[in-house]
Design a protein around this ligand. Structure first.
Ligand SMILES: *Cc1c(COP(=O)(O)O)cnc(C)c1O
Length: 447
């Protein structure tokens, strides 16, 4: 095929990127997702399009559960809705046995709508409206209190309605990883957590059944989880001994990293991040070594988000055009930008061409399609020379992109699930102008 004319510049061409670990040729085309050709997916659902692999979601979930269950007798996972709350995705996790972890009234109702029983919904976060709390109490959900104002509100609601609520507190502490996430929950070191526990123990309508933490996200330190586990165990023991209030569960939250590569990292994430097994080992050994009697041993709850879904998600897109920047750098304009790939702000996503092409690679800036200077998908990536209409696969985009995406300049694209038999299903339609304008209203004088 004849290549399009481009004004020549002198540039070093790379065949494979050298570093001290040898040559990494990561430019092999990725032509299909779970056996379904990329070009068929784009032809059927449009470009760009998000694609999720049901097989990979289930594999991730089952493997994470196995890592914990082989090390600890009582384990329960709760799917973090904000990570990806498309109903089809949530239902996969619930089918696998996961509870729901929600952080707003809207997510709470979504979980109920997905058939999750009230007593299997964990209600986290600093923003629970009074109506949400009333509803959660009626549905026997597990309310994780974030601050004293919420605690007092709960006490008042329970008294007014003559109801009892099952609660836990979120605790934050120094785990050796800084900055400390101390804006959520009650602090351990300054005694605030213990004060909250005392207040709950003395409130006749509140039953303290759990202790919760979520120490950060994309955590690279397993020892931080050992410290967190130890501190929650300490509190649990004090609840039993000093308040005769045994604790049913401790909830270590989420935060395990996916294998994405953080921006600026020297080595790819796949070679550096600890595995779920490593975290499971750190957490379960700490709890088992703590010295609970076997009937005291609390249930261990995990609220993992990104590690369970990130590598099951792909973004397929197409090249709009190539150009040379003023300094001679090659720039490629893609049909997806940071509006739908929010995580490109902190990850260097792996991007593969979806068809055979040039053997030569060149350092390229990948721009999105938005009329906005900050719309840069990759500041610098070595890619085979792509041409207009060529397709690419962006890897590991399953977490947070489909909840934090913005409708800006363009519509949000379709989301497709490939089931375990290789069938594709549209699980969210591409947005349309009609959909967007459905929420708008024109005042009479402008009609
Ligand atoms: C976001 C969140 C999670 C999931 O976090 P990941 O880092 O994606 O695992 C779990 N628990 C709480 C309270 C959260 O806010």
């Amino acid at each position: 095929m004849k290549q399009k004319y481009e004004r020549p510049t002198i540039k070093k061409m790379n065949t494979g990127l050298m570093n001290k670990f040898g040559t990494r040729t990561d430019f092999d085309p990725v032509k299909d997702i779970d056996g379904v050709p990329v070009k068929n997916l784009i032809a059927e659902y449009g470009s760009p399009v998000f694609v999720l692999s049901e097989k990979q979601v289930r594999r991730n979930y089952q493997s994470a559960v196995r890592s914990f269950k082989t090390r600890y007798p009582k384990v329960q996972f709760a799917w973090s809705y904000k990570t990806n709350y498309l109903n089809a995705i949530c239902k996969i996790f619930h089918q696998e046995g996961s509870w729901a972890e929600v952080v707003s009234g809207f997510e709470y109702h979504k979980a109920l709508g997905n058939g999750v029983q009230g007593n299997q919904i964990i209600f986290n976060g600093p923003d629970k409206k009074e109506a949400d709390l009333v509803f959660a109490i009626e549905n026997h959900s597990l309310i994780h209190i974030d601050h004293f104002d919420e605690l007092y509100l709960l006490i008042r609601i329970c008294e007014q309605n003559n109801k009892k609520a099952k609660v836990a507190i979120r605790v934050n502490f120094d785990t050796g990883v800084y900055p400390i996430w101390d804006r959520f929950g009650f602090n351990y070191e300054n005694g605030q957590a213990w004060t909250a526990i005392n207040k709950i123990a003395s409130a006749k309508n509140l039953e303290l059944i759990g202790l919760h933490c979520h120490i950060g996200t994309f955590m690279l330190s397993t020892s931080a989880y050992s410290v967190a586990s130890k501190k929650l165990c300490d509190l649990a023991k004090r609840c039993k001994v000093e308040l005769q209030n045994p604790i049913e569960y401790i909830d270590l939250g989420g935060g395990f990293p996916s294998t994405n590569t953080l921006k600026g990292a020297y080595l790819p994430g796949i070679d550096t991040v600890p595995s779920v097994e490593d975290f499971a080992e750190a957490i379960t050994s700490t709890i088992l070594d703590f010295g609970f009697t076997s009937d005291e041993l609390p249930t261990l709850i995990l609220e993992s988000g990104r590690v369970l879904i990130d590598d099951a998600g792909y973004l397929l897109g197409s090249v709009i055009a190539n150009k040379r920047l003023s300094d001679g750098r090659r720039a490629t304009i893609m049909d997806f930008g940071i509006n739908i790939l929010f995580t490109s702000n902190w990850y260097d996503h792996k991007i593969s061409p979806a068809q055979e092409g040039s053997q030569y690679t060149e350092e390229t800036v990948l721009f999105g399609p938005l009329c906005m200077n900050i719309d840069v998908v990759r500041e610098s990536i070595n890619l085979p020379l792509l041409e207009t209409g060529d397709q690419v696969v962006v890897h590991k985009v399953g977490a947070y992109n489909m909840t934090q995406w913005m409708q800006f300049i363009n519509m949000r694209p379709a989301v497709v699930l490939i089931d375990q038999n290789g069938q594709s299903h549209q699980i969210r339609k591409p947005e349309t102008l009609e959909y967007l304008e459905m929420m708008e209203q024109i005042p009479e004088h402008l009609k």
